[in-house]
Design a protein around this ligand. Structure first.
Ligand code: NAP
Length: 284
């Protein structure tokens, strides 16, 4: 039976450390990290995410602002606002909550954010930095997973890692972070042939597809480390992962639960990136 990776406990531990580092930064350099979150419209899930981000920012001791814009906001007005925050040295992180309304092109909005303040790490410049092996801002979900590997002493060098899912926010940056740590990485997706056979060769298996209980024990090698990024609701409305936890836990050596695994780490890493951006701003 696998050991469980406790994402909640690790996130709490990192948050305490972050609050201490922030207090020190304020005392020694007179600098308070600042994060602004912009949300357009009233998508209920987005409202919850934004509130959680604000709560984490306040707990860390940051300056935090949520800008709530009406659904009718034009793309030009949104980009104008982003430019204002780009130029304001009080803000080190700018986040635009996705999804955006249909009349706004998310790509154009992403490009408008100063890469030095792009704490989500989605700007092409930050993606390019990551892929060239010199990461600056890293998408927070894979960054949180790397912290988990570190905390639980998971060796990556020379290991066979399989990532299922190739989204820009999870799968692709995850593959690159594993490669940077000298794992041998296979990045798979919905068109991959013989997926279970490939996955079952992995020492490290990261699953980010968005299909409840898709990964069964047949996908998993005895003793593998299994990370489940999925957040799906089952018929009873409960959150379940992409991995069939009970049967996979019988084979894995380490596994993340859902909820309480990857999820809690994501917002913590976002705050960590904001802190790092603030520290870097002192050098500019
Ligand atoms: P996404 O953008 O929808 O991408 C899904 C990826 O999975 C795609 O690359 C897709 O392949 C692949 N895929 C879909 N069905 C597949 C199948 N049957 N076999 C193999 N690959 C398949 O999703 P995402 O944003 O990466 O999110 C994935 C999951 O993680 C979701 O449940 C999401 O809610 C969750 N998530 C959680 C957190 C967190 O903090 N806990 C953060 C982000 C995401 P193609 O490219 O070929 O279409």
């Amino acid at each position: 039976m696998a050991n469980i990776i406790d994402g909640r406990a690790l996130a709490n531990k990192l948050q305490v450390k972050l609050a201490q580092k922030t207090a020190q930064l304020k005392a020694e350099k007179g600098l308070t990290p600042g994060i602004v979150v912009i949300i357009v419209g009233d998508n209920p899930a987005s409202q919850v995410y934004v509130r959680n981000k604000e709560r984490a920012a306040i707990a860390a001791g940051f300056k935090s602002e949520i800008v709530r814009l009406p659904l009718s906001t034009s793309q030009d007005d949104l980009i104008f606002l982003i430019t204002k925050y780009n130029l304001d040295a009080n803000w080190h992180g700018i986040l635009v909550q996705l999804p955006l309304p249909d009349h706004i092109d998310p790509e154009a909005v992403l490009l408008a954010i100063d890469p030095e303040k792009d704490v989500d790490g989605f700007h092409p410049i930050n993606m390019g930095r990551l892929w060239s092996g010199h990461p600056v801002m890293i998408p927070s979900t894979p960054a949180g997973i790397m912290e988990m590997f570190h905390e639980y002493g998971v060796e990556l060098e020379g290991k066979r890692a399989v990532v299922i899912g190739r989204s820009n926010i999870v799968g692709k940056p995850m593959a690159q972070l594993l490669l940077n740590k000298n794992a041998t990485v296979t990045l798979t997706h919905s068109r991959t042939h013989h997926l279970a056979r490939i996955a079952s060769q992995a020492d490290i298996l990261v699953v980010a597809i968005g299909r409840g209980h898709f990964v069964t024990k047949d996908f998993v090698k005895e003793g593998a480390v299994v990370i489940d990024v999925g957040m799906n609701r089952n018929q009873e409305g409960k959150f379940i992962g992409d991995v069939k936890f009970d049967e996979v836990a019988e084979k894995a050596s380490l596994i993340t639960p859902v909820p309480g695994g990857v999820g809690p780490m994501t917002i913590t890493m976002l705050m960590e990136q904001t802190y790092e951006a603030a520290v870097r701003s002192l050098k500019n």
